[in-house]
Design a protein around this ligand. Structure first.
Ligand code: PBG
Length: 327
């Protein structure tokens, strides 16, 4: 039956009807908030390209965690700014490093809040690459033990979830074996499985001071033109023991999120990255669009594409709106 018996507009007439038939939900619990932690006390260094975000010291990170927990946000993911960088990225796996310190403090203050550890060397290496460099290239196999070591250090400091973002082959298996050997059988791994070599990481590299000093990451991160390859990456990570898989960035790769969700019956995470956040903020500051509505629409579309969980810099400002059925 078509028009005039069928009128699609009937179910759009009021907010109550729209809410009744809404297919996709967005809740605070499905959002994970990234936080940049640095050494010192009372330190807050704003990040120019990410309005509202700053590098903050552990004491302020604890306050931030309390606020996020009170808003019902699903968790937070930590990125560290080390005291000093070296070729092997040693602060990444130092139990006294900035991230383990922050985990211990936050866990003590807010035990229920889910804490995610991003595992990568790029914030800690002086050359800015995600692994150890040998003869001008990132050495996959020499990097694996360091990632595994960092994962165990973070789990022991209080991280609930280990999320490797380095894109080395075999790292999920190496990390799973190391966690198990340390008695951390119950610690889940979220693999950044389909992580693309993206221009949308620009603001993050300012925030985390992690831009590569030479070359780029195309030798280990994925080519934006590929999506069959993303399915292979996901399949391999699941075989190696990943519990959740991730697609990153989110908005330019909604098709990849959907393919992964349709193919594998596992929880899917999408990372709504720094550049996606910065674009909305910049346009909103110019008065060119409504930033709040654009953020809600972006996050809803990522959920609609098939993501169960979204890592997003909008978490803190959007969580309070989610009860209001605004879309
Ligand atoms: C570390 C890492 C990066 C991001 C998350 N983990 C940067 C990169 O690969 O250069 C980017 C996150 C963002 O842009 O918000 N490897």
């Amino acid at each position: 039956m078509s028009f005039p018996a069928t009128r699609m507009r009937r179910l759009r007439a009021t907010e109550s009807l729209r809410a009744l038939v809404r297919e996709t939900s967005l809740t605070a619990e499905c959002l994970v908030a990234p936080i940049f932690v640095c050494h010192g006390e009372g330190v807050s260094r704003p990040i120019a390209s990410m309005p509202g975000h700053a590098q903050i010291s552990v004491d302020l990170a604890v306050e931030k965690a309390k606020k996020l927990a009170s808003l019902g946000v699903g968790g937070l993911i930590l990125f560290g700014i080390p005291a000093k960088k070296d070729p092997e990225g040693s602060e990444a796996y130092d139990p006294q490093g900035i991230v383990p310190r922050a985990f211990r403090a936050i866990k003590a203050a807010e035990p229920e809040l889910l804490l995610w550890a991003d595992v990568c060397l790029c914030e800690y290496t002086d050359h800015g690459h995600c692994g150890v460099v040998r003869d001008g290239a990132v050495d996959n196999d020499r990097t694996l033990p360091l990632l595994a070591r960092a994962s165990v250090v973070y789990a022991e400091a209080g991280a609930d979830v280990i999320a490797p973002s380095d894109m080395m082959d075999g790292r999920v298996g190496a990390i799973r074996r190391a966690l198990d050997a340390a008695g951390r059988l119950e610690t889940p791994i979220v693999a950044y499985s389909a992580k693309y070599a993206s221009s949308f990481y620009g603001p993050f590299r300012e925030a985390a001071e992690s831009a590569p000093r030479f070359g780029d990451r195309r030798g280990y991160q994925m080519d934006p033109a590929n999506s069959d390859e993303a399915l292979r990456e996901v399949a391999l990570d699941l075989e190696e023991g990943a519990d959740l898989v991730m697609v990153k960035p989110a908005l330019p790769y909604l098709d990849v999120i959907r393919r992964v969700k349709d193919r594998f019956q596992v929880p899917v995470v999408a990372y709504n990255v720094s550049g996606e956040f910065a674009m909305v903020k910049a346009a909103a500051q110019m008065g060119w669009l409504d930033g709040e509505r654009a953020a809600l629409e972006s996050l809803t579309s990522i959920r609609r594409a098939g993501a169960d969980v979204i890592i997003t810099y909008f978490a803190e400002e959007i969580a309070p709106l989610l009860g209001r059925k605004k879309s």
